[in-house]
Design a protein around this ligand. Structure first.
Ligand code: BMA
Length: 313
């Protein structure tokens, strides 16, 4: 059942990855970053362990739909380093940001001190180097733009506040370690599908009309929250300027493995891969339990942002 015009075409064999595909014991496979590297699709997915804490695994694919999982986890909480204190409760929701010929990995580091973002770097998905903890708590969902602007790296992030709804902010850095000039650029809209909170989703990618950002939005109902996906278009030269935001969601939980699972009624993205043919593969976790993929026409997503825009703030 699809109750709106189909913006994203779900892959017919969803879900594409489940816990049984993983050769070590995990209970979920979800919220994965995905990138195309040397003509192969690289997926870094989150899994809950039976103790409720998360680690990151790796899966590879030739076509972006059929993935095989590596025998060992890709990233587990650090021990014996400055990161250890802040990753003790697990590592979650990793994004793969292609920047300057390498991949910047941003992930949520959970500990008794709250959740903050750690940054790691890899060039080959074999060797991973942790760079820095780049936020304080509580802050998650950081995606870094593929290009620098005015000589600075730029990220979207999502601090948490009791006063204002969870909103999307932008921050700048000369060196990837020190971030500042932060300001809010997009907020939830009252009595709208994303009225409870919004947050960065997949790292933004370039289109003719602007940087396209697939984000998540949350709505609170009498029987819990619903996580959906939306699209926002940022100015090519100044990504702090949002040109348009699709008024409606582009994906909502509908398949049984999105409606029911570890956390019901969730579609949550950490990765999208634009293709040369003008389509984009969007990857999402279903109900915090499985991984799914769908395709969309990039021009159609852009048109939704431009023709049917709601105010960003
Ligand atoms: C958010 C994050 C995501 C998760 C979502 C739905 O707050 O924790 O990792 O997918 O909730 O449970």
């Amino acid at each position: 059942m699809n109750i709106q015009n189909q913006t994203i075409t779900r892959f017919k064999n969803n879900p594409i990855l489940i816990s049984k595909d993983v050769p070590y014991p995990v209970v979920t496979v979800h919220n994965a970053g995905v990138v195309k590297h040397n003509d192969r699709y690289l997926m870094l997915f989150r899994s809950h362990l039976r103790n409720g804490r998360s680690i990151i695994g790796r899966a590879d694919s030739d076509d972006g739909f059929s993935f095989s999982v590596h025998p060992k986890p890709f990233l587990i909480p650090s021990t014996g380093t400055v990161f250890a204190e802040y990753e003790a409760f697990g590592v979650e929701d990793l994004r793969i940001c292609p920047v300057e010929g390498a991949y910047l990995l941003t992930y949520s580091a959970y500990s008794r001190h709250g959740v903050r973002i750690a940054l790691a770097r890899t060039s080959d998905f074999e060797k991973v180097e942790r760079v820095a903890l780049i936020t304080q708590a509580d802050l998650r969902n950081v995606v870094i733009f593929p290009e620098k602007f005015g000589g600075r790296y730029v990220r979207l992030d999502r601090p948490h506040s009791e006063i204002s709804q969870w909103s999307i902010w932008i921050s700048y850095s000369p060196d990837l370690v020190h971030w500042g000039d932060s300001r809010v650029i997009m907020k939830p809209v009252a009595y709208h599908w994303d009225e409870m909170k919004i947050g960065p989703g997949a790292p933004p990618f370039k289109t003719d009309k602007g940087w396209l950002h697939i984000y998540h939005g949350v709505f609170k109902t009498m029987s819990g929250t619903v996580y959906r996906l939306g699209a926002a278009l940022h100015d090519l030269d100044d990504p702090s300027e949002i040109i348009g935001v699709s008024d409606g969601w582009i994906l909502q939980p509908e398949d049984p493995w999105e409606v029911n699972g570890y956390v019901p009624n969730v579609v949550f993205t950490c990765g999208a891969v634009p293709e040369d043919d003008g389509t984009v593969k969007i990857y999402w976790g279903g109900a915090d339990t499985v991984m799914c993929v769908g395709t969309a026409v990039i021009d159609e997503l852009v048109a939704l942002c431009l023709s049917d825009s709601r105010p960003p703030l």
